[in-house]
Design a protein around this ligand. Structure first.
Ligand code: ADP
Ligand code: MG
Length: 259
């Protein structure tokens, strides 16, 4: 495997919260076009790892690389323009905006200009707005959410909100997407739908995913490689079959106090 196939890597990544060592020297990489699972018991440091990769938390130490570039400590908005986006364990929708509007505000401002110059180039802004509306409509259709496009996002079901989160990453055409528990609070029917969307984005649009998820069926279905975190460290990585039969993993989930 050549180095150019690695799209995202973390090396020696660590985060301390005061005396608490939440993440202690984590190494793993995600190949271009892969769907990698990040699993482990509650409190293992999974979300904290995502927070550091996505630019929400500065690491205490370690290095994060995106397409070969050192992105350690770069801000969320900078990473957004580099095509890296994440979704949240608890959906972050704007409750008082419609589903369509929620997608529209996730689109990048391609003019890169200030509001003042936009005022002088009104025609161009109008054109961009029309493009964004069209993209948002297409995205709703892809997600099967057209019927709730004009609904306030706060009124959507848990599963629909999760789909909308995935839709926000599509508005930016993010090529590297971190999903934090896309299946949490989602009913089994929509769960299959969420998994299908992820597969489709991966196969048809070449998205690379790293997914935190407790639903092992979803991980088994989607992920070629699974990285297991426990107590802030990588316990092992391998295929789902290798992971599910490993004594250390069974111990981490059921042997300790945390389940
Ligand atoms: N902002 C924070 N301040 C202090 N402690 C935190 C913070 N975020 C997470 N932690 C702690 O770090 C550990 C790892 O948390 P987290 O990354 O959320 O685990 P996971 O997502 O694997 O369940 C936990 O002990 C948690 O309480
Ligand atoms: Mg978490």
């Amino acid at each position: 495997m050549s180095a150019s196939e690695v799209v995202l890597s973390v090396a020696g990544l660590a985060k301390n919260f005061g005396g608490l060592h939440a993440v202690r020297g984590v190494d793993f990489h995600v190949d271009k076009g892969a769907i990698v699972g990040l699993i482990g018991p509650n409190g293992a440091g999974k979300t904290t790892t995502f927070n550091m990769i996505a630019g929400e938390l500065p690491p205490s130490s370690g290095k994060i690389t995106l397409n070969g570039e050192d992105i350690t400590g770069q801000r969320t908005d900078v990473l957004y323009h580099k095509g890296l986006m994440r979704t949240f364990q608890l959906s972050h929708e704007y409750a008082r905006m419609t589903s369509l509007e929620n997608l529209m505000v996730a689109a990048p401002d391609q003019t890169g200009e200030s509001i003042w110059s936009s005022w002088f180039t009104n025609g161009r802004v109008k054109k961009r707005e029309a493009e964004v509306i069209e993209l948002a409509r297409d995205t709703l259709e892809f997600l099967g959410l057209t019927h709730v496009g004009e609904e306030l996002a706060g009124n959507l079901s848990g599963g629909q909100k999760k789909l909308l989160e995935i839709g926000r990453t599509m508005m930016n055409d993010s090529k590297v997407v971190l999903l934090d528990e896309p299946g949490a609070g989602v009913n089994p029917t929509l769960m299959r739908k969420v998994a299908e969307m992820i597969e489709q984005l991966n196969e048809e649009r070449g998205y690379t995913f790293c997914i935190i998820e407790h639903d092992m069926d979803m991980i088994a279905r989607l992920c070629g490689k699974v990285v297991v975190l426990a107590e802030g460290q990588v316990l092992m990585e391998g295929t789902m079959d290798e992971v599910r039969n490993d004594e250390r993993v069974i111990d981490a989930y059921f042997g300790g106090e945390v389940v």
